[in-house]
Design a protein around this ligand. Structure first.
Ligand code: ATP
Ligand code: MN
Length: 533
C-alpha cells in the first residue's frame, strides 16, 4: 500500500556519531502511532488517540537540567540552583555515549522548527529513540512543508534517549537522567527520562536565552489568544494556573498555550505548533475544546483506561500530571499563522492555595513589575518530581526554571513593552476561595472565564473598586456573570480573622522572597509590594 503521507527524502546520522541506525525520517503521524502500537509502547484510546506511559518520570526533573558553561554562557547565565553549570568536556563525552547508545537501533528523526514568526524561525532536528516521543515532536513543534525539507539546515539538534542511563560518577550528572543544553554546539541531550515535556522545555530554555540576548525579543511563559476585534491577550502563569485552559476560549482565536515571544516589531508569536494540556478531571462540559482535541494524532500520557479504551480522567494513580499533546489545528478556533499584535490585556494567573488573593484585581505598573518578578503561585502536585503537597512557590517571571538570564532582564523588557503598548494588567487567582486548600474550594472555572471576558470587554472599567488592605490590589466590586460575594476573598471566609492572619502570612512570604531582588527594584516597583503586614 502506498502511504501518501510518506516523504521521499532520507538522511544519514553518521555525522552525529550514530552509526548503522535504521533511520525513520519524518514519518507521518499515523505511521508513528502504528509503530508505537506495533512495538508495544502504547495503546489506543476509544477516541483514537494514542496512550503511552512515560515511565519512571511523569514530570520534568528541574534538578537534572544543566547548561554547559562556556564562552557564550559563562558571563550571561544566572548560575545557581536553577541554571546548573555543566562542564563542556563532560558534555562531549556524554554526547558520544548517548549517540553510540543509539547506534544500530531504530531511530526516529524529525525536522521541524520553533517560532511562528518567519523572522525568528529556528530550525530544529530532533533525534528520538522512541516513535511516540517523535510523534510528540510532530505535535508540539512547527511543521515544515515537504519542499522545505530539501536543504533543511537545523540550527538546534535535540538527541533524546529515554532508555540511556547516565552514570553520575563518570558523566558528571546528578543521577541517571539529565537534560543538558550546549549553546556553543547548539545541541540539547535528554536521557534517562521519557517525559516528553523535557524536550519542549529544553528548546524553550534555549530560546529564552537566545531571543533576548541576540534578537531583542522578550520570551514569555504564557498563553495567548486574539479576539474578533483583533486584540491580543496574554496569560502568564506557572504550571497548573490555567494558561492552557483559559486560552482555549471558543470566542477567541488561539495563538498558543505556553510559550511566546514579544518582538521589537510589536508582534507576539507562538514558539510552538501544538498544545500540551493537563487532563486531570477533564470533562467535555468544562473544557470542550481540549476534550475534543483528543482524537487520532493526539498522545495521552499516563492516563488510566478501561478495556474498551475509555479514559478515566479522574484516575491519578500514575500521576496527577496526566497530559495530552496535540497539534494546534486540533483546536477549532485558531489564529493562522500563530502571530498577534501588541497585547491590550495581560493576565497574571496564580493558583493561590491559601485562598487569600482576590479572584481578579487590576495592577498598577509598579504592582505588575513586582508580581512578575515574584511569580507567585502555590505548587500543586504534578508537573515536577517530588511535589506531593501544595506549597507556596515563587518563580520569577512565572517561569524561572526555563529562564537562563537573571529575572530582572526579562522584567525590564516586559515593563518597557507594557508601558509602550499601554496594556491593562490583571492578577487572576484561579486557586482557592472560601478558605485555604482543605477548607475552601477551587474557584469555579465558569467564574474565572466570566471575569476574564469582562476584563477583555472593558466591562471592569466603569465599576467601583476597593483597595485590598494588605496587598494594595484594586478589586472590582462587581463583574457581569459573577456573584459579587466571590470577588472579595475575605467575604468568602467564615472566619474573617483567620483570613487576615493568612493574608498577612502570605504578604510576609512575598516580602521575604523579594529581598533578593530589592537591590534591582526602583521606587515604583517597591510601591507594588504588599502595603502592610
Ligand atoms: P502548564 O504550564 O503545566 O501547562 P497551565 O498553566 O497550562 O500549566 P492548565 O493546563 O490550564 O495549566 O491547568 C489548569 C488546571 O486547573 C486544569 O486542570 C483546569 O481544569 C483546572 N482548573 C480548575 N479551576 C480552574 C479555574 N478557575 N481556572 C483555571 N483552571 C482551573
Ligand atoms: Mn499548559
Amino acid at each position: 500500500m502506498i502511504d501518501h503521507n510518506q516523504i521521499s527524502k532520507s538522511i544519514s546520522l553518521e555525522n552525529y556519531g550514530i552509526a548503522d541506525a535504521r533511520v525513520k525520517y519524518q514519518l507521518s503521524s499515523e505511521k508513528l502511532h502504528s509503530e508505537t502500537l506495533r512495538k508495544g509502547q502504547g495503546t489506543e484510546a476509544d477516541s483514537g488517540a494514542l496512550a503511552v506511559n512515560t515511565g519512571e518520570f511523569t514530570g520534568r526533573s528541574p534538578l537534572d537540567r544543566f547548561i554547559v558553561k562556556d564562552e557564550i554562557t559563562s558571563d550571561r547565565v544566572w548560575w545557581g540552583k536553577i541554571n546548573i553549570p555543566f562542564d563542556p568536556d563532560k558534555f562531549d563525552a556524554l554526547y558520544d555515549k548517548i549517540t553510540s547508545y543509539l547506534s544500530g537501533k531504530d531511530v526516529y528523526v524529525r525536522d521541524c522548527y520553533a517560532c511562528a514568526d518567519p523572522n525568528y524561525r529556528t530550525n530544529i532536528r530532533v533525534i528520538n529513540e522512541y516513535p511516540w516521543s517523535n510523534l510528540f515532536v510532530f505535535n508540539m513543534f512547527l511543521r515544515p512543508e515537504e519542499e522545505e525539507l530539501e536543504g533543511f539546515d537545523p540550527e538546534w539538534t535535540v538527541v533524546n534517549a529515554p532508555g540511556f542511563m547516565a552514570d553520575p560518577e563518570v558523566d558528571g550528572t546528578r543521577q541517571h537522567n539529565f537534560a543538558i543544553l550546549n549553546f556553543t554546539r547548539k545541541i540539547a541531550i535528554v536521557g534517562g527520562t521519557g517525559y516528553t515535556g523535557e524536550i519542549k522545555k529544553g528548546i524553550f530554555s534555549a530560546l529564552n536565552f537566545e531571543l533576548p540576548v541576540f534578537k531583542k525579543t522578550l520570551p514569555m511563559h504564557c498563553s495567548a489568544n486574539v479576539g474578533n476585534d483583533g486584540e491580543t491577550a496574554i496569560f502568564f502563569g506557572l504550571s497548573g494556573t490555567g494558561k492552557t485552559t483559559l486560552s482555549a476560549d471558543p470566542d477567541r482565536r488561539l495563538i498558543g498555550d505556553d510559550e511566546h515571544g514579544w518582538t521589537a516589531e510589536n508582534t507576539v508569536f507562538n514558539f510552538e505548533g501544538g498544545c500540551y494540556a493537563k487532563v486531570i478531571d477533564l470533562t467535555e462540559e468544562n473544557e470542550p475544546d481540549i476534550y475534543r482535541a483528543i482524537k487520532p494524532g493526539a498522545i495521552l500520557e499516563n492516563v488510566i483506561m478501561d478495556e474498551n479504551g475509555k479514559v478515566d480522567f479522574s484516575d491519578t494513580s500514575i500521576t496527577q500530571n496526566t497530559r495530552v499533546s496535540y497539534p494546534i489545528y486540533h483546536i477549532d478556533n485558531i489564529q493562522v499563522p500563530s502571530i498577534g499584535h501588541n497585547p491590550k490585556n495581560i493576565f497574571f494567573l496564580t493558583a493561590d492555595a491559601f485562598g487569600v488573593l482576590p479572584p481578579i484585581s487590576k495592577l498598577t505598573p509598579g504592582q505588575a513589575a513586582y508580581h512578575f518578578i515574584s511569580g507567585y503561585t502555590a505548587k500543586v502536585a504534578g508537573t515536577e518530581e517530588g511535589i506531593d503537597e501544595p506549597l507556596p512557590s515563587f518563580s520569577a517571571c512565572f517561569g524561572a526554571p526555563f529562564m537562563p538570564l537573571h529575572p530582572t532582564k526579562y522584567a525590564e523588557m516586559l515593563s518597557a513593552k507594557m508601558k509602550d503598548a499601554g496594556v491593562d494588567v490583571w492578577l487572576v487567582n484561579t486557586g482557592w476561595t472560601g478558605g485555604p486548600y482543605g477548607t475552601g474550594k477551587r474557584m469555579k472555572l465558569k467564574y474565572t472565564r466570566a471575569m476574564i471576558t469582562a476584563a477583555l470587554e472593558g466591562k471592569l472599567s466603569n465599576v467601583n473598586y476597593h483597595v485590598h488592605p494588605i496587598f494594595g490590589l484594586n478589586i472590582p466590586q462587581e463583574c457581569p456573570n459573577v456573584p459579587s460575594e466571590v470577588l472579595n476573598p475575605r467575604d468568602t471566609w467564615a472566619d474573617k480573622e483567620a483570613y487576615d492572619r493568612k493574608a498577612k502570612q502570605l504578604a510576609q512570604s512575598f516580602k521575604n522572597n523579594f529581598e533578593k531582588f530589592a537591590e534591582y527594584a526602583n521606587e515604583e516597583i517597591m510601591a507594588g509590594a504588599p502595603i502592610s503586614e
